[in-house]
Design a protein around this ligand. Structure first.
Ligand SMILES: [Zn+2]
Ligand SMILES: [Zn+2]
Length: 109
């Protein structure tokens, strides 16, 4: 892909979510539970294979560090660490636009 997504800035959204503003003007709200739940590391992948939720569904993000333009490093309050490609982060966005159903409300409810 020629146009890799790039992060403009990140911010905390309440206590349980991360807001990401993108260079293309898009804005994502990613919950900590979702970020941890999709952690691509081997340990979390093994948990998912056993149908267990990484972080127990209540992981809290302690810090986020951007590494260049292409990746981010997340540190969790339980000591776990997650490394995401920025493109993977963008793929976690579940807004109506990203899931391709713009006529439906985001929460479906
Ligand atoms: Zn992990
Ligand atoms: Zn989106």
């Amino acid at each position: 892909m020629a146009d890799e997504p790039r992060i403009s800035e990140t911010r905390a959204v309440g206590r349980y979510a991360l807001g990401v503003a993108w260079f293309d003007g898009h804005d994502s709200i990613l919950t900590h539970a979702s970020l941890r739940g999709h952690c691509p590391c081997d340990a979390c992948m093994a948990l998912r294979e056993r149908d267990e939720l990484p972080g127990g569904g209540k992981a809290t993000l302690e810090s986020l560090e951007r590494i260049g333009d292409a990746s981010v490093f997340l540190r969790w309050t339980d000591g776990h660490e997650t490394f995401y490609l920025v493109s993977e982060l963008r793929a976690l966005c579940r807004c109506a636009y990203c899931i391709g159903e713009p006529e439906r409300p985001i929460t479906g409810g």
